[in-house]
Design a binder for this molecule. Structure first.
Ligand code: AMP
Ligand code: MG
Length: 348
């Protein structure tokens, strides 16, 4: 398949470009498009065949459900059913934006889209290109992240092209994604709201609206059982190099990372370090990447997937990462780092 590639204005998307992309989706094809979180790979959520194509293009297991993207609140009633009051409280507070909510599936929503589950995940993105495309293509776009399964989520159109060129119909290039981590997922389908995936909308922000919210206990402790979001079960976001996270007092962490780098270099292995502006001068490696100031979690989160991909592109075999605070939005960043390294944590 020849994959089309169109640049689109991320703030004021050109009508003719959106129409061309919407026509692809209405005809049952796949379009990668920018959102404020990461790039999505979209198809018509009500066409079972489109959802099957999404799984095939990504190499994604078909029991891993897609998120249904909508552009107005009326659409929620057509995708879901028995929608609880919490859904409307949270949509008022955070939509359009980086929050995905899970409710009971509407019987009309194909099981191919929900990965066979009787629930459906919904999100209303704020990115103007996403919003325009959803409206123009009929109101319901099923989309997971537009990466090949097992690679870091794409935050630029180039990342999408690297993974999916020749496998999808069209890529809309609207520049880089401002948030850079996938949406927060909160399950409202069974009693007390539970966060299945941390993201930009934090536990504290959700609790300000709802009161108590739980965290899926498996998020930071894989031994705690089976994660409720099927996607969180797979080894995701994995760079090709062997990666460890070093947690502890800053000076001790830097010394330990340098010792590991010396060891790896002695074996002739290519090394990379993920660190911050405050520490970047302490390391010598093939790639030393500062993701910004230690205080700026938002900046670090926006960079992290690009950095992991660059390590792959440059053949880095050993990756040492500093740790970040798990307060607030830091929880989402650390969750992705833990997953990237397969929970290989070294406490210094
Ligand atoms: P992605 O956008 O690629 O991160 O994929 C969507 C994520 O949402 C995956 O982690 C899915 O497992 C999760 N998800 C989608 N629908 C549901 C659902 N009905 N129940 C639980 N998790 C879901
Ligand atoms: Mg994904």
């Amino acid at each position: 398949m020849n994959t089309g590639y169109l640049k689109v204005d991320p703030e004021k998307p050109e009508e003719n470009i959106i129409e061309e992309a919407a026509e692809v989706i209405r005809a049952g094809g796949l379009v990668a498009f920018p959102t404020e979180t990461v790039y999505g790979l979209g198809g018509d959520a009500f066409m079972a065949e489109s959802s099957k194509k999404i799984y095939a293009a990504k190499g994604r297991p078909s029991d891993n459900p897609l998120i249904v993207h909508i552009a107005d609140i009326e659409a929620a009633e057509k995708a879901g059913s028995d929608i609880p009051g919490e859904f409307y409280l949270l949509s008022d507070a955070f939509w359009p934006g980086p929050l995905t909510m899970i409710v009971k599936r509407n019987p009309d929503m194909p099981l191919e889209t929900t990965g066979g589950l009787d629930t459906v995940a919904m999100r209303m993105p704020s990115h103007p290109v996403a919003e325009a495309l959803i409206r123009a293509s009929g109101g319901f776009i099923a989309a997971p992240s537009a990466n090949a399964s097992g690679r870091p989520s794409p935050t630029t159109a180039k990342h999408v092209k690297d993974d999916l060129d020749g496998r999808i119909d069209l890529i809309l290039d609207g520049g880089s994604c401002s948030i850079g981590l996938e949406s927060t997922i909160v399950d409202l389908s069974c009693g007390k709201p539970q966060i299945l995936r941390p993201g930009f909308i934090t536990k504290e922000m959700l609790e300000d609206v709802l009161g108590g919210v739980d965290l899926d206990p498996t998020l930071f402790k894989p031994s705690a059982g089976r994660p409720k979001a099927p996607g969180m079960r797979y080894r995701h976001y994995a760079p090709q190099g062997e990666m460890h996270i070093y947690i502890g007092e800053q000076q001790a962490v830097s010394s330990r990372i340098n010792a590991e780098l010396d060891k790896a270099k002695a074996y002739g292995r290519r090394c990379g370090v993920i660190c911050t502006e405050e520490t970047k001068d302490k390391y010598a490696a093939d790639m030393v990447v500062s993701v910004g100031s230690r205080e700026d979690v938002k900046g670090a989160a926006a960079e992290i997937y690009s950095v992991l991909r660059e390590f792959d592109d440059r053949g880095i075999e050993v990756i040492c990462s500093e740790a970040f605070s798990e307060e607030g939005y830091g929880l989402a960043l650390m969750n992705r780092l833990y997953k990237a390294c397969g929970y290989q944590v070294v406490r210094v």
